[in-house]
Structures are given as structure tokens and as C-alpha cells.
Design a protein around this ligand. Structure first.
Ligand SMILES: [Zn+2]
Length: 156
């Protein structure tokens, strides 16, 4: 019974789930980033003086040159650009959604990185890469990425 099983076809399986809960800290940069989202309604990025770009989401160290980023974070201003997008028609359980949802990768000039977020107030067939989009802030902010309700098309 307790002998080591040498033949995998002799192994038994028991189906089930193990409830495991995780709690992660945001880290120094994440804490500051999400506080600014919640308290100021601002998107901040951490500049790298060597690479001459700002990192979004902000990081303490530049992942390209490994230098410490500046503590003088900058606001990500102006509309972002839709770099890529996808249209979701089913939820995570494979059930059809009431209405299609658009998820877009947004980027800004001078910013390395970007945000993945919902794109709304536009029909899926009208979305184009390169189009300008601005954040729509949630009425109640909690210090999460959902403090931005969604992005919507904007003028340049
Ligand atoms: Zn750098």
C-alpha cells in the first residue's frame, strides 16, 4: 500500500479542489500608484533618466537598464492610444455575454508599458488600433484598477 509506485498507470487520482487564499502586497511602487488612482484620480508613471521614458505601471527599477527610477513620478496625461484590442463575447465560464465587451491595450507617447482595460462607449466594429482613448473614472474609488471604470474614445 505504501510502496513507491513505479508505474504511472497504477496511480490513482482523486478529483477535488483545495481552497487556498492569497494576499499579495502591492509593493512600494504599486502602493503609491494605486493611492494616486484612488485619492487623486491620476495615472502616474516612474521615469527612467537613462532610458528617457517613464514606466507604466511604475516600477522602482527600470527593467531595461536596471537603474533605479526617479522618485519624481509624472502624470500620464493626454489620451492613450489603442495599441491592440479584443472583443469578448463569452464569460470565463463559456456563457454568452449580454453584450460584447472590448478589452484594449492602451499606451501613451513617452511611456513604456501601458494598461489593459475595458474600452466602452463604442461599438466593437468601430474600434481601430491607434485611436485615442481617455479614462472614465469610477464614482467610488478603492485603490484598484477598477477606479477607472473604462476608457472611451476621445479626440486627440
Ligand atoms: Zn532604463
Amino acid at each position: 500500500m505504501l510502496d513507491k509506485i513505479g508505474q504511472t498507470q497504477n496511480m490513482r487520482q482523486v478529483a477535488g479542489t483545495i481552497p487556498i487564499h492569497h494576499r499579495y502586497t502591492l509593493g512600494v511602487a504599486g502602493e503609491r500608484f494605486f493611492r494616486a488612482l484612488r485619492d487623486e484620480g491620476r495615472l502616474l508613471a516612474a521615469p527612467c533618466a537613462r532610458c528617457k521614458v517613464a514606466l507604466l505601471p511604475p516600477k522602482m527599477y527600470c527593467e531595461r537598464c536596471f537603474r533605479e527610477t526617479s522618485e519624481e513620478w509624472v502624470e500620464v496625461s493626454g489620451p492613450g492610444r489603442v495599441r491592440s484590442f479584443t472583443v469578448l463575447r463569452y464569460d470565463l465560464d463559456g456563457q454568452p455575454l449580454d453584450a460584447p465587451q472590448i478589452v484594449a491595450l492602451l499606451e501613451w507617447p513617452g511611456i513604456r508599458g501601458g494598461l489593459l482595460h475595458r474600452l466602452g462607449e463604442i461599438a466593437p466594429g468601430a474600434v481601430r488600433t491607434g485611436m485615442a482613448a481617455e479614462p472614465v473614472w469610477a464614482r467610488q474609488r478603492t485603490g484598484a484598477l477598477t477606479d477607472i471604470s473604462h476608457f472611451r474614445p476621445s479626440s486627440d
